[in-house]
Ligand binder design. Structure first.
Ligand code: GLC
Length: 727
């Protein structure tokens, strides 16, 4: 998909501009309108609108024949023959479902994420889809927010790397990507969706905008504006975002689409008085295409007639849309019904299995109770509804997912132990939300007869995703009571969590021997989890988001600022240890909670393995560098255990003094390596001054001389450290 400025200019000269000159005003406005498909047929009014050039895009039509019919009308029966953008939410797979994006992020594997997006693109293109509303790259620091499931987590660098990988995967395989939701949506107050976001510009630029800047540089075909009210100006009418940042500073050449009816919602926000004003504000800000609501279709012509808008502005926005269609090659395509996926189903499922396995994070493994050793098992208990539900394991945003492709953990465990050990299953609960404990006795009986038990608990898929936010992050329903009851039997308990967000696991953590966090792993949840439970692979996932101990700690994230009174073990007292009549200043005056301290349950980047990795001999190529030099960081990594495994090694940097306060550490590099037992490998990271750039108090992006500290290790609590100076 061409993205070089020269090739874009030639498309503009050769195709876009000549077409624009022929277009009437109604045809121009038509390109700016996206309508909802009818789902498998073409109603006459839709056919007529397409024929009259009043539709630029159709969303949610996935029947290949219907899409081919719509394109045929657009190309052969309309006056100018402009093809349609066919948009769909292909978020983590089309028919083959990969882990939810938060799970994919836990793999820290851009190559696998890119391959998964490529497979999704090929499957979606077979239905005639040429545009996906993905990647969602909202920085998400609040697990109460249901849409954290769709994100790559809390870190700008990891989100940038995986977001650009997903863009490449989609766009190198024939469909346009869409960076969303521009911008700041993940900071929605109290973790409620569609709500207010107040983000100081410096924080907006240094954190929330960074992934969008990265995918814009990577040539993402489109941006989608958010639902959120950003600092008093809703994102879908926000001139600062869409003009100053996106067009003037970033020189972005692609197109901008609103979110679903987010233009008409400008009036709901109280930002505009009516649809007419909403159309004016959105167009003035620079939203090229309106998703589903009709303010552009109804009001742009009269706003133009009144002189409140210029035809030049409309032409520029229509040109963005036409250029996007040209970049996608739509003008060169013949539109026939679906093409075969070319028998790639097996490959797709194998990729889904690999990515699901690498996305699972081992959070606890007391006494190395994992991996399970079949020869030591006569009977294994498998407990929980989520062990055997091919739909729930897929997660949120799987409109077109084919549940028939799912292999559940129970199925895979049974297959693996066939002829070796007995597998006894008890569902125990009808749903993850159930308060009905009547199934507990059955579960107890099954566990009593087994040598070990694997509990599949967590959240059904409906409990995360858009509009599905939670104020309490404990295991829903009476799942914790089930764990407590089973823990009294005294058998090894392995907890596998399927969820769309970090959960507060403290209530059950001490009652189980191991915890494997699987997110919602997708079609191949079964083989992936079974491979890990029985040690065919070692877990290698790392957390892309911080896990709080209690919901009251939120927001809690690793790349926080230092503050003037930072906490430390010496400066905190627990609420239960406060002496009677303690003096006011006697408890340590630093940034902590009396009843929770200041540490998370599990830190960003954390994940255990079946082996042990040791880091040593950190060395820097220079103790100081100038603005035109880069720094090479070397560290020795050893697999000190007795199984082969992969480790995601992470590089963190702290700018010790800045003209604005800087985070206590920031992820600046990571790499995944497979080591056999006893292997020692020297890892190399490279830091350039550009990696150290940030926006200062004047919102200028610059690199400041000064001292920097670096850490390298297996999570954000890495201790191996060194310093250097940028002159
Ligand atoms: C939804 C979501 C957005 C999605 C769009 C189209 O409301 O906010 O992420 O792409 O509408 O379904």
């Amino acid at each position: 998909m061409p993205e070089h400025p020269a090739s874009l200019n030639s498309l503009k000269q050769s195709l876009v501009n000549p077409l624009l000159e022929q277009m009437t005003l109604p045809e121009k406005i038509g390109q700016m309108c996206q309508v909802n498909g009818a789902g498998g047929w073409v109603p006459e009014d839709l056919a007529e609108a397409v024929r009259n050039g009043q539709v630029g895009s159709v969303i949610n039509e996935v029947d290949a024949e219907t899409v081919a019919s719509l394109q045929k009308i657009a190309v052969e029966e309309s006056r100018l023959g402009i093809p349609l953008l066919i948009g769909r939410d292909v978020i983590h797979g089309f028919k083959t479902i990969f882990p939810i994006p938060l799970g994919q992020a836990a793999s820290w594997n851009p190559e696998l994420v890119e391959q998964a997006a490529g497979i999704a693109a090929i499957e979606a293109a077979c239905a005639g889809i040429n545009w996906t509303f993905s990647p969602m790259i909202d920085i998400s620091r609040d697990p109460r927010w249901g849409r954290i499931a769709e994100s790559f987590g809390e870190d700008p660098h990891l989100t940038s790397e995986l977001g650009t990988a997903m863009v490449r995967g989609y766009q190198d395989n024939g469909i346009g990507a869409c960076a969303k939701h521009f911008a700041g949506y993940g900071a929605s107050q109290s973790g409620r969706d569609y709500f207010t976001t107040e983000i100081p510009e410096n924080e907006l630029r240094n954190v929330y905008l960074e992934p969008f800047r990265a995918v814009a540089k990577a040539g993402v075909a489109s941006f989608m504006t958010g639902f959120n009210d950003l600092n008093g100006v809703p994102a879908s009418g926000n001139e600062f975002l869409l003009q100053q940042v996106l067009r003037e500073e970033w020189q972005y050449p692609g197109m901008v689409v609103s979110d679903w009816e987010s233009i008409s919602q400008l009036t709901t926000h109280g930002f505009t008085a009516d649809d007419r004003e909403a159309a004016f504000e959105a167009l003035n800000a620079g939203v090229d295409m309106e998703m589903v609501s009709r303010t552009y279709a109804d009001h742009l012509a009269s706003l133009l007639e009144e002189g409140r808008l210029s035809i030049a502005k409309i032409d520029a926005m229509v040109a963005n849309i036409l250029l996007t269609k040209a970049r996608l090659g739509l003008f060169d395509q013949t539109f026939t019904a679906s093409v075969s996926e070319g028998g790639k189903q097996e490959l797709a499922l194998e990729q889904a299995r690999q990515l699901a396995a690498q996305s699972c994070v081992l959070l606890k493994n007391n006494g190395q109770c994992l991996p399970l050793r079949p020869q030591q098992l006569k009977s294994l208990a498998v407990i929980g509804q989520l062990a055997d539900d091919g739909y729930e394991q897929l997660g949120t945003w799987i409109f077109d997912g084919d549940e028939r492709l799912s292999e559940t953990p129970l199925q895979s465990i049974r297959a693996h132990l066939d002829g070796v050990a007995e597998v006894r299953y008890a569902k125990a609960l009808e749903t993850s939300r159930s308060q009905d404990q009547s199934g507990f006795d059955d579960a107890v009986s099954v566990v009593e007869q087994a040598q070990a038990a694997v509990l599949f608990l967590g959240e059904e898929s409906i409990l995360s995703g858009e509009a599905h936010c939670r104020a309490d992050l404990d295991l829903p329903g009476c799942q914790a009571a089930l764990v407590e009851r089973l823990s009294r039997i005294g058998k090894p308990l392995i907890l596998v969590v399927m969820a769309g967000r970090p959960l507060t696991l403290a209530p059950v953590l001490e009652q189980v021997d191991a915890v494997l966090y699987a997110w919602h792993p997708g079609s191949m949840a079964g083989p992936a989890i079974s491979d890990l439970l029985f040690g065919l692979q070692s877990p290698s996932g790392k957390l892309p988001v911080t896990f709080p101990k209690v919901v009251g700690q939120i927001p809690i994230f690793y790349n926080h600022k230092h503050g003037g009174r930072p906490p430390s073990p010496e400066t905190v007292v627990h609420i239960d240890e406060i002496p009677v009549r303690a003096k006011q200043t006697s408890l340590g005056m630093s940034a902590f909670h009396l009843d929770a301290g200041y540490q998370p349950q599990f830190p960003f980047g954390f994940g255990l393995s079946y082996t042990r990795f040791d880091y040593r001999h950190l060395s820097l190529s220079h103790t100081e560098i100038t603005a035109d030099q880069s720094l090479t960081i070397e560290v020795e990594l050893e697999n000190s255990g007795d199984v082969a495994a992969e480790e995601v090694s992470q590089l963190y940097v702290r700018d010790l003094v800045g003209s604005v306060t800087r985070p206590v550490k920031e992820l600046k590099g990571f790499q995944r390596n497979r080591l056999l037992p006893g292997d020692v490998k020297t890892l190399q990271f490279t830091l350039t001054p550009e990696d150290l750039a940030f926006y200062d108090r004047k919102q200028q992006r610059l690199v400041e001389p000064g001292r920097f500290q670096i850490w390298v290790g297996g999570d954000s609590d890495a201790e191996l450290t060194a310093e250097f100076e940028l002159k």
